[in-house]
Write a protein that binds this ligand. Structure first.
Ligand SMILES: *Cc1c(COP(=O)(O)O)cnc(C)c1O
Length: 375
C-alpha cells in the first residue's frame, strides 16, 4: 500500500488517457442520453453524476485503503448525517448520541423524537455512551468531539454495539480520513462534513458517508435521491481538486495547532486548554491509540476569563479571522458561545489553525493575549 500523501495526490483519478486531463472537469448535467430502460450508471442528475463518482472513489480510497468501500457525497455535512440517521432509524427505535457533539445535533434529536424515536445521550469522554447502549438501533460517535475535543475509543464502543446488533456511525469531520479511519476501527459508517479540513479552503459546503456494506450504501443513496440533498458538480470537482493537498495541510496544520497550544499553556489567563496532540491533554492517550501519528487535528479550544476578554483577544488578532467553521488554510477563531448551541463558558474560544508559519501564528496569538489583558 502506498503512503497517505501519494494516495491523496492520486485518489480517484481515472486511468491516464492520451490528450485527456488528469482530473476531468465538472460535468454539468440535469439528465443524460438514456435510450431504452431507465437503468445505467447515469440517468438523472439527482441520482448520479460522473464528477461525484470520481470524488466518491477518491474518498473511499482515503477512508478505506485496505478494503473495498463506497462513498456517497452530499450537499453538506448535515445532509450526510441526516441521511445516515433517517435512512436507518424507524419509529420505536433507540438512538444513542453524544451529549457534546456538533451544535446542530440537538435539532436532529428533536426531529427524531417527533417521529417517535427514543434518543439517549451520554458524554464522549470515558466511553460513557456504553452505559446507555442497551437495545439501541444506532450509536452515533463524534471523536474528537467539536468543540470540546474529547476522544472516545471507537473500537471498544463498536465491539459492544455490534455484540447486540447496534449499527455504529462515526463523525470523522475533525480528524479527516488521513487522521483517523473509523471503518478500520469497526464502525459501519464514517460520516463527515467535507466543508472543514477535508476540502480546507473555506469556500464550499460538502458532506459524505462511507461504508463497506452495499445494503447500507444503497439505503443512504435512496435517501439522497428522495430528499435531493446533492452536491453541485462544481463543488464536487473543487473538493476533489483539494484532496491532493490533504496530507500537506493536515500535517502542517497539526504542527501549527500543537505550537499554538503549547504557547497558550504557559498563559495564566488561559484555562480549559484542550488539544488532543498535547501530551498533557486528557484525550492524548486515546488519540494516540486510534489516530494517525502527529495528525490530531487543527483545532485548539480554550477559555478566557469572560466574554469581553475573549472579544478583545479576537479583535487583536491580525493573522486570524473571527469566523466560524474550521480546518481551512487560513486560521480562524471564534467565541463559540455566540451560537448558543454548545454548553461552553462565555470566554470559550475555538481556534482553527491554518497553514501559516507556526512562528507567525504563535507571535500573533501572544501579542493578542497581551493586548487583550491590557485593556
Ligand atoms: C461542521 C460540522 C458538521 C456539519 O457540517 P456542514 O457541512 O456544516 O453541514 C457536522 N459535524 C461536525 C463535527 C462539524 O464540525
Amino acid at each position: 500500500m502506498t503512503g497517505d500523501s501519494t494516495r491523496a495526490v492520486r485518489a480517484g483519478l481515472p486511468e491516464a488517457e492520451a490528450y485527456h486531463p488528469t482530473l476531468p472537469g465538472p460535468v454539468f448535467a440535469a439528465h443524460y442520453h438514456l435510450p431504452g430502460d431507465a437503468s445505467g450508471p447515469y440517468t438523472y442528475g439527482r441520482e448520479s453524476n460522473p464528477t461525484w463518482t470520481l470524488l466518491e472513489e477518491a474518498i473511499s480510497e482515503l477512508e478505506s485503503p485496505g478494503a473495498p468501500a463506497r462513498t456517497s457525497v452530499f450537499a453538506s455535512g448535515m445532509a450526510a448525517i441526516s441521511a445516515v440517521l433517517f435512512s436507518q432509524v424507524r419509529t420505536g427505535d433507540v438512538v444513542v448520541l453524544p451529549n457534546d457533539c456538533y451544535q446542530l445535533m440537538p435539532a436532529v434529536r428533536e426531529r427524531l423524537e417527533s417521529y417517535g424515536v427514543e434518543v439517549r445521550t451520554a458524554p464522549t469522554a470515558g466511553d460513557a455512551q456504553l452505559d446507555v447502549l442497551d437495545g439501541a438501533r444506532l450509536l452515533w460517535i463524534e471523536t474528537p468531539s467539536n468543540p470540546g475535543l474529547d476522544v472516545c475509543d471507537i473500537r471498544r464502543l463498536a465491539e459492544a454495539a455490534h455484540a447486540q446488533g447496534t449499527l455504529v456511525a462515526v463523525d470523522n469531520t475533525l480528524a479527516t480520513p488521513l487522521g483517523q479511519r473509523p471503518l478500520d476501527l469497526g464502525a459501519d459508517f464514517s460520516v463527515a462534513s467535507g466543508t472543514k479540513a477535508l476540502t480546507g479552503h473555506g469556500d464550499i459546503l460538502l458532506g459524505y458517508v462511507t461504508t463497506r456494506d452495499q445494503a447500507l450504501t444503497d439505503s443512504v443513496r435512496q435517501w439522497r435521491k428522495t430528499v435531493g440533498a446533492i452536491p453541485g458538480p462544481m463543488e464536487a470537482w473543487l473538493a476533489h481538486r483539494s484532496l491532493a493537498t490533504l496530507a500537506l495541510r493536515v500535517e502542517r496544520q497539526a504542527v501549527g495547532a500543537l505550537a499554538v497550544a503549547e504557547a497558550l499553556r504557559d498563559r495564566p489567563e488561559v484555562t480549559g486548554l484542550r488539544h488532543p496532540g498535547l501530551p498533557t491533554d486528557p484525550a492524548h492517550a486515546g488519540a494516540v491509540a486510534q489516530m494517525r501519528p502527529g495528525r490530531f487535528g487543527c483545532v485548539v479550544s480554550f477559555v478566557l476569563p469572560d466574554k469581553a476578554h475573549a472579544e478583545r483577544f479576537l479583535a487583536e488578532l491580525t493573522l486570524v479571522d473571527d469566523a466560524t467553521s474550521f480546518g481551512g488554510v487560513r486560521s480562524t477563531a471564534e467565541r463559540r458561545g455566540r451560537w448558543g448551541g454548545d454548553a461552553v463558558p462565555d470566554g470559550f474560544i475555538r481556534f482553527s489553525v491554518g497553514a501559516e508559519d507556526p512562528d507567525d501564528l504563535v507571535a500573533d496569538v501572544l501579542r493578542a493575549l497581551d493586548g487583550a489583558a491590557r485593556e
